[in-house]
Every structure is written in C-alpha cells, then in structure tokens.
Write a protein that binds this ligand. Structure first.
Ligand code: NAI
Ligand code: MG
Length: 358
C-alpha cells in the first residue's frame, strides 16, 4: 500500500467548505482504489488563527510542513485581517519558503458547461497558463517612507533573475512538449517594461533552441487578453510573470465558465519541498456559509495533486467523475444552476462508483 501524507490547510471562508468536500472525495477514491492511502493532517491556520495568535501560521510552520508529500490548501482572506497580511503570512510564505516556482493553471471547457464566450468548439479553450511563482512583481521588495506625510513614497520593485526566468521557461517548454499541440506563447510587456521583461524575451529565445519541436510565439499582455477572447483556439500553453499570469488566469477561468472550477498547482519541480495544490479562487466571503460554493475547482485540484503523487490512474478516474457530474449539469449558482455544494459532491461520488478501474 502506497501511503501519501497530506497537510490540509483549509484557511478561511469557503476554503474550509471546499477542502472538506475535496477530502471526502479523495478518501472515497483511495478506499475504492485499494492501492494507496492518503493520510491527512489538518492545520487550523488562517485569519481566525491570526486573530488569536498574532500570526497566520505557527512560527515553525514551514518546518512542520516540510515532511509532507503535498499540501492541500483552501484559501485565505477575511474582512478582519488586511489581505496583504493574510496572503503573505500564509499562502505566499509557503510558496516562497518552499520555492514552488512553477504555478500551473489549466483551463478547459468541461462537458455540459456553456461558457460565456461563443466558441466554434469547446476545444478552443484548452490552455495551461504557467505562472512564474517565486519572483517578479510579487518578490516583496520595496517599502514606504515618510509615512502619513504628504510626501509619502511607496516602492514596489519587481525582481527578475536570469536563473528564475530560465527555470520557468524550461518548465513551460517541457510542459508544452508533452501536449498534443506543442505550442508555447510567451506573454510579457517588454515594450513598456524594458529591463526585466526584455530579459524574459532574451532567455526565452535561448531556451527555445533546446526545444525545436515546440512552436513558439509571443504577445504583449494587453493583446493577450483580447486574443484569449477573440482567438482562443490559437493558444495552448502560455508562460507569464507572477502578476500577469495571476490576472490572465482569472480571465481564463471566467471564459471557461466560472472561477469556481479552476484549479492550480504550486510546484517545486525539483521535489526538494512539498508542492501545494489549491483552487485558484479566494475565500469568497459573499457566499461563505451558504453551502453554495462550487467544489469542482478543488476536485480538479485534487486531480493535479494525485498526478503529482504518482497516482495517475486515480487522477484520471476522478477527472472522469467530475466530467460526468458537469455533463449531468449538477451546477451551483456560479454556473447558473441551483445545486448546492453537497449536491455536486454527491454527484461526483456517485459517478466515481461507476468509473471503471482501468
Ligand atoms: P474570490 O475568488 O474569493 O471571489 C470572487 C468571486 O467569485 C466572488 O463573487 C465569489 O463568490 C466567486 N467565487 C469564487 N470562488 C467560488 C466558488 N468556488 N464557487 C462559487 N463562486 C465562487 O476573490 P475576491 O472576492 O477578490 O477575494 C476574497 C478574499 O479572498 C480576499 O481576502 C482575497 O485576498 C482572498 N483571495 C485569496 C486567494 C488565495 O488564498 N489563493 C486568491 C484570491 C483571493
Ligand atoms: Mg488570482
């Protein structure tokens, strides 16, 4: 029996709801499989923890997480704690502390879903956005001086290192090479951002020489938004900086139907540290406690986690069960339906029982 140890960090708001649903589905999947088991340990970190402990996680939090095979993360963010405190104190502390430099964000139109964009074929949206996850605009460099005075100044400095840029490009090329269309689009803003993003362009061209089998092109980030809307079928894998990819992936999720279905993996491709898997959405206070959060993003996230753990068969089965549930149009309100979160979970569990082990 293969045992995988998972640290579960539900966090805030609907994070707690969708992670509970994700664990229920994963446990059913493992029990039916018989070949592997998942051992979850729960960490109650988040904004409530901050209000009683003065920090978003234990001081030795990273040490405690280090021995796990993966981290299954919900979301952080609450009205009581400033967003930059909650984000940097937990999610970014883990991503950066564990050098999870590759953030992978797949988007597809799942069966049964009518995306808001008129497509000639659902296959037009089949993208993976590769987000640089360790530096760039979110490197935390900068500060504020003359606080509160009229001449107050704040700097937010982007950092781009050759090593950081090269490793994310290599990762994106490898990923593109493994997909049927083998196409990689570089997204930058290297006309206006003339230092860091020109470095992105140069390193991309150098790395491309090692991947002659991958077709490449490049587009500026503003033009990328209109290309995603008007010519979605021309895109396959996109690689972009931390900030640009953050924005583009919310657009991608919305174009494919909802933020409530979009998953992501924060990977340390070198496997020195645990990687972290989470839905891309946040804690969604507007719907928390109502029982209507869409758990599909978290289920799809679980598929990515299983793949990373080497459980490819179980990952495939779970993806087929998710698709059976969307095909049956068991939709929460974000997808235009009236189902509750629990109905979606039930539909996926039911479909799982029917998906053959192959
Ligand atoms: P959000 O992603 O929480 O919500 C945006 C909109 O999408 C809301 O209308 C929400 O109801 C809807 N939505 C999101 N997930 C959904 C789901 N699973 N099912 C149905 N509807 C869903 O983003 P927002 O409102 O900008 O931020 C709320 C809080 O979350 C903030 O504190 C923010 O900092 C935090 N946040 C945390 C993230 C993380 O932990 N990775 C990522 C994004 C935001
Ligand atoms: Mg985002």
């Amino acid at each position: 029996m293969r045992i995988h140890r998972i640290a579960a960090i539900p966090g805030d708001g609907i994070g707690t709801e969708v992670i509970a649903a994700g664990i229920e589905v994963l446990e059913a999947l493992a029990a039916a499989d018989g070949g592997f088991a998942l051992q979850f340990e729960h960490f109650p970190w988040g904004s409530a923890w901050y209000l009683s402990h003065g920090r978003m996680m234990d001081e030795d939090g990273l040490e405690r997480l280090r021995g796990f095979d993966a981290i299954f993360f919900g979301a952080v963010g609450s009205l009581e704690v400033p967003d930059h405190v909650s984000l940097w104190g937990l999610r970014l502390a883990i991503c950066q502390g564990f050098d999870q430099y590759a953030n992978v964000r797949p988007t597809r139109v799942l069966p049964g879903i009518d995306p808001p964009l008129r497509l000639s074929s659902p296959a037009d949206i089949d993208w993976v956005i590769v987000r640089e996850n360790s530096e760039g605009e979110y490197s935390g460099q900068g500060g504020r001086s003359h606080r509160g005075l009229p001449e107050e100044v704040a700097t937010e400095v982007s950092i781009f290192t050759r090593a950081g840029v090269e490793r994310i490009h290599r990762f994106a090329f490898e990923l593109a090479r493994g997909r049927p269309r083998r196409r990689l689009t570089l997204v930058t803003k290297s006309n206006a951002q003339r230092h860091g993003l020109v470095l992105w362009d140069e390193v991309f061209a150098q790395v491309a020489r090692d991947f002659p089998d991958v077709a490449t092109d490049k587009v500026l980030v503003d033009a990328a938004t209109q290309r995603m809307v008007l010519k979605p079928g021309s895109l396959d894998v996109m690689v972009a900086t931390n900030l640009h990819a953050d924005i583009l992936s919310d657009l991608a999720a919305a174009l494919s139907g909802s933020l409530g279905i979009a998953p992501t993996a924060n990977l340390d491709p070198l496997r020195r540290y645990p990687s972290m898997f989470e839905p891309i959405h946040g804690s969604a206070w507007d719907i928390q406690g109502k029982g209507i959060a869409n758990p599909i993003a978290t289920f799809w996230t679980a598929v990515m986690m299983l793949d990373h753990l080497g459980e490819a068969g179980a990952a495939r089965r779970l993806m087929r069960a998710i698709e059976a549930a969307t095909e049956a149009r068991v939709f929460t309100p974000d997808l235009g339906g009236t189902a509750r979160s629990a109905d979606v979970t039930r539909a996926v569990l039911k479909a799982l029982r029917r998906v053959p082990h192959s």
